[in-house]
Write a protein that binds this ligand. Structure first.
Ligand code: ADP
Length: 312
């Protein structure tokens, strides 16, 4: 171990010739040098004020293929600037949300009496209203994302009834569903409980349902359901709408990534919905997957652990 490694990990003395377990008293850290490990591993550690990232890489040319290399990096500065960035976004969104809400509110009040307005003026007020609403939604999503980013560690999980969460999400989407003359179907929800964060699961399913509705053709079908698979539960949101071609599947969960900017803008939405979904799944330790082909609709799946049935 070189001097920088010893300084960052706060280790004393000579490293050569000492057993790993003695040199690295932290068991989690020592486990990164286990010869049976495969592939790359990463560990976040704290040493006093410093935040460290420790990476363990296989070194096949050492010790008959059982060698490993530990790389220790001080990421305190990086983490600090990430936190500052999240704070800045949160503050700016918060400050801008207030005037945007006022503009949307007054525009809405004017529109209540649209009959008294000159038709040309009414049209302009309608545009002001739509765009101000869009801004408040964007600031809400940015604030929400920076709140999730600012939270350390995973979200606490407890048993959640899937049917109740899905019911709420479908209620919220009902106006848009009626407007597009969609049919909504559900399956497998009754009595199924998962280990999740209630509010986060509501956001996830809500966003996926909103997208399924938004990217469906008029008169289409949106399906929400749950299947027991591999000892867990898979919550699925399915549409038969425009679909997403495979080259976008990876990037679609990035912030502000949109397949068709013009179309997405016309359909409304902030471009942050799936980024929020992905971040919340990560924070719940839930796997998220997408199956979709251009022109034949999409299936978004969230994989959760099953909770014991509710007592009678
Ligand atoms: P947006 O607010 O634009 O809907 P999202 O983050 O929710 O932002 O989605 C990102 C992009 O992914 C969308 O702009 C759209 O191109 C695509 N997308 C998301 N859900 C679907 C879906 N169910 N069907 C087709 N495309 C989708």
């Amino acid at each position: 171990m070189n001097a920088a490694g010893k300084r960052l990990l706060r280790l004393e003395g000579e490293s050569v010739g000492r057993p790993v377990g003695e040199l690295l008293p932290d068991p989690e850290l020592a486990s990164l040098l286990r010869p049976s490990l495969e592939g790359e591993r990463e560990l976040a550690l704290r040493r006093g004020e410093n935040e460290l990232r420790v990476r363990s890489l296989p070194l096949p040319e050492l010790d008959g293929g059982r060698g490993r290399l530990l790389i220790v990096e001080d990421v305190s500065g990086l983490r600090r600037s990430e936190r500052q960035r999240a704070e800045l976004i949160a503050n700016v969104s918060h400050e801008l949300r207030t005037p945007a809400t006022a503009i949307a509110g007054y525009a809405e009040t004017l529109l209540e009496d649209a009959g008294r307005l000159d038709p040309e003026v009414a049209r302009m007020v309608e545009v002001i209203h739509r765009n101000a609403r869009r801004l408040t939604e964007l600031f809400d999503d940015l604030l929400y994302l920076s709140r999730i980013d600012g939270q350390d560690g995973p979200l606490p999980l407890s048993p959640v009834a899937v049917a109740a969460v899905v019911g709420e999400c479908l209620d919220k989407a009902s106006a848009a569903v009626a407007e597009k003359e969609l049919t909504v179907q559900t399956f497998g929800l009754e009595g199924v409980r998962v280990l999740a964060h209630r509010e986060a699961l509501g956001h996830i399913v809500g966003n996926l349902v909103e997208n399924a509705v938004k990217y469906s053709h008029r008169g289409g079908v949106v399906t929400v359901g749950a299947r027991r698979r591999d000892g867990g539960v898979r919550v699925e949101v399915i549409d038969v709408g425009i679909g997403i071609s495979p080259e976008h599947h990876e990037r679609i969960f990035e912030r502000f990534y949109r397949v068709d900017k013009g179309r997405a803008r016309a359909a409304g939405g902030t471009g942050l919905g799936l980024a929020i979904v992905a971040r919340l799944c990560e924070k719940m330790g839930a796997r998220l997957s997408l199956r979709s082909q251009l022109g034949s609709g999409s299936v978004f799946r969230v994989w959760l652990a099953e909770a014991a049935p509710a007592p009678d």
